[in-house]
Ligand binder design. Structure first.
Ligand code: HEC
Ligand code: HEC
Ligand code: HEC
Ligand code: HEC
Ligand code: HEC
Ligand code: HEC
Length: 301
């Protein structure tokens, strides 16, 4: 009976291959989830130049402002006898420095004091204080200042909610790729970012564009939900918006537990579906072999 044995071996191989094909994505997703900042860092000085596109500048939100509204220091440096120094245009290394990091964004507060003050209270300003004077580890995201999220020279104004929300999603996501991925898979990301449902939530609707609220405390999360879900109670806020493992599991034992359950259920469902498909395919395959076997036997008689 060697022919039968080999066909059984084949059926077994098929079953195994099907299981692998069906379950591999789920298992791979579970395995890669713990990588921090997996996306290539997009920050840094890009296209930095002494020359401004004045047409684009004039069309932007700040088009009516004189350069010295923001560059007062550089302007003062040109005055005779000043001890401030204007950047030397012949010094090529100047533009290689992270201008965006070095700029004193307190000048923005003259006209945008609310945005500026909100930012000082939030997670980004705190991270900036902690990072000052320290070298960033490779792959570590820098704390963003105004210049990471807004272009000082070509910033558009009065854009519609969807344009601003989608652009901000990409900006936030460049430093928080894991939260971006879970947001895009979830209800709000699908509705707001993908389908353009303007009432659903973008990152900044929950976290604030400037305050960067952490929302790890259930009370803070509930307050954020209630802005759009006024009926929401404490159990509503337990809904996991970012179902990926927390960056510091010890700080969020509750979330770590819930994510473990979500992950176990996902893998279990994938295995169940895999086994079902494998069983039916395997069954049909063996049936086919049996049929073939019958035909060959009949012909031989
Ligand atoms: C609303 C504030 C604001 C105004 C108005 C403004 N700038 Fe700037 N500028 C900035 C900031 C912030 C930076 C540093 C960060 C950056 O470049 O993203 C900067 C950087 C620069 C640089 C350094 C090179 C570079 O690309 O980073 C040059 C040159 C410059 N500005 C020229 C000008 C000129 C010329 C004008 C007037 C036509 C002007 N700026 C108006 C805020 C402003
Ligand atoms: C001298 C005042 C002044 C300074 C300084 C200033 N801005 Fe503005 N900003 C304005 C004005 C005026 C507008 C246009 C508002 C409008 O169109 O209603 C504007 C618009 C904006 C907008 C767009 C708002 C919108 O409608 O979406 C952003 C973002 C912005 N500024 C960021 C900055 C940043 C970042 C800095 C510092 C580098 C800065 N501004 C410095 C006056 C200023
Ligand atoms: C982490 C990204 C981020 C940083 C950093 C940031 N902003 Fe914003 N900003 C946003 C987003 C997102 C919006 C639109 C949604 C909103 O209004 O919250 C916005 C909106 C604005 C607006 C228009 C609406 C408003 O709130 O007045 C201004 C002006 C502005 N920002 C200025 C600033 C200034 C000045 C700084 C630096 C002190 C700054 N932003 C830093 C993301 C950022
Ligand atoms: C240039 C990189 C950068 C950008 C852009 C950025 N962030 Fe952050 N963010 C950080 C860093 C660095 C921290 C502090 C370290 C940490 O907790 O990850 C942080 C912290 C946070 C936290 C607090 C996390 C905690 O552990 O409590 C929230 C919430 C947050 N960011 C939301 C946003 C949102 C929303 C946007 C877009 C409007 C955004 N971030 C854009 C770098 C960035
Ligand atoms: C519907 C509201 C909502 C939206 C939209 C949302 N978040 Fe969150 N986010 C939360 C809540 C609630 C938490 C705290 C619980 C948790 O960690 O999942 C959180 C946590 C975070 C943290 C801290 C997580 C950690 O473990 O350190 C960051 C960073 C963050 N979000 C970034 C983002 C970014 C970036 C976006 C958009 C791409 C976004 N969020 C969209 C509600 C939201
Ligand atoms: C900017 C407004 C906004 C914010 C903030 C917001 N949501 Fe939503 N959310 C919506 C809209 C709009 C829908 C579409 C369904 C509806 O109309 O109720 C929705 C739908 C949902 C759904 C799926 C549909 C359902 O009703 O079963 C869940 C779950 C949800 N939100 C949870 C949350 C949680 C948890 C928070 C707080 C961390 C939150 N949302 C914050 C606007 C928001």
């Amino acid at each position: 009976m060697p022919a039968r044995k080999s066909s059984l071996a084949k059926a077994a191989a098929w079953t195994l291959a099907t299981l692998l094909v069906v379950c591999a994505p789920a298992l791979a997703a579970a395995a890669t989830e713990s990588l921090p900042f997996a996306a290539p860092p997009p920050w840094g000085v890009q296209g930095s130049s002494w020359h401004l596109d004045l047409k684009a500048y004039a069309a932007g939100a700040h088009g009516t402002l004189a350069c010295q509204s923001c560059h007062a220091k550089e302007t003062q440096a040109l005055a005779p006898g000043s001890d401030l120094r204007h950047p030397d245009p012949k010094d090529k290394s100047y533009l290689k420095n992270p201008v965006r990091q070095a700029f004193d964004y307190a000048v923005c507060a003259q006209c945008h004091h609310l945005a500026f003050e909100r930012m000082q209270t939030g997670a980004h300003a705190k991270a900036a204080r902690e990072q000052t004077g320290k070298a960033l580890a490779s792959g570590q995201a820098p704390a963003p200042n105004c210049g990471y999220c807004h272009d000082p020279h070509y910033q558009a104004s009065h854009q519609d909610r969807l344009t601003v929300g989608r652009r901000a999603t990409e900006v936030c996501g460049s430093c928080h790729p894991r939260q971006l991925a879970t947001y895009l898979e979830g209800y709000h990301g699908q509705a707001a970012f993908a389908l353009g449902h303007a009432k659903a939530a973008f990152c900044s609707d929950c976290h604030g564009g400037h305050a960067a609220l952490s929302l790890k405390e259930p009370q803070a999360a509930l307050a954020a939900c209630q802005r759009c879900h006024p009926q929401a109670g404490p159990s509503f806020a337990q809904f996991v918006i970012h179902p990926q493992a927390p960056e510091k599991p010890a700080d969020q034992p509750e979330k770590a537990k819930r994510v473990a359950v979500i992950r176990a259920v996902t893998i279990l469902m994938a295995v169940v579906v895999g086994l079902m498909v494998a069983f039916f395919w395997g069954h049909s395959f063996i049936w086919l072999l049996r049929d073939l076997h019958h035909k060959i036997r009949r012909r031989g008689q």
